[in-house]
Design a protein around this ligand. Sequence first.
Ligand code: SF4
Length: 104
Amino acid sequence: MRNIACGDCREQTDYTANPQKWGVCVAREHTSGFEAFFGRGKMQIIRSLWQGKLELSKEMADVIFQCLTCNACSEACAYDMDNVALYEALRAELVDNNLFFGFI
Ligand code: SF4
C-alpha cells in the first residue's frame, strides 16, 4: 500500500465559494481543525486501523462522525479514491462496537 499524504484535501482552494476560500473541508470550520478532521487524517486513521496500529475508540468516533460526508476531499484528491465510502465503513464498524459521537 502506498503512503500518500499530499494534503490536497486540506490545502486546496475552494473556487466555488464567493469569495474563494482556502480549504475544501467543511469539517474544518466547525471543529478544532486538527489533522484528524481532514480527509488526510481520517485516511491515516483508517490505514493505521488496517495495519493494526490503532483500535476503535470513542475519541475516534468523535472525529469520524463530525465529517459531513460531502466528498469534497475525494474530489480534491488526485488519486481517485472513494474516501467517503471508507469513512462510512468505519462509521458502521464504530456503531457495531457501540461507539458513537457525543455523550452517548
Ligand atoms: S467528506 Fe468529510 S473530510 Fe471530506 S471534505 Fe467533506 S467534511 Fe471534510
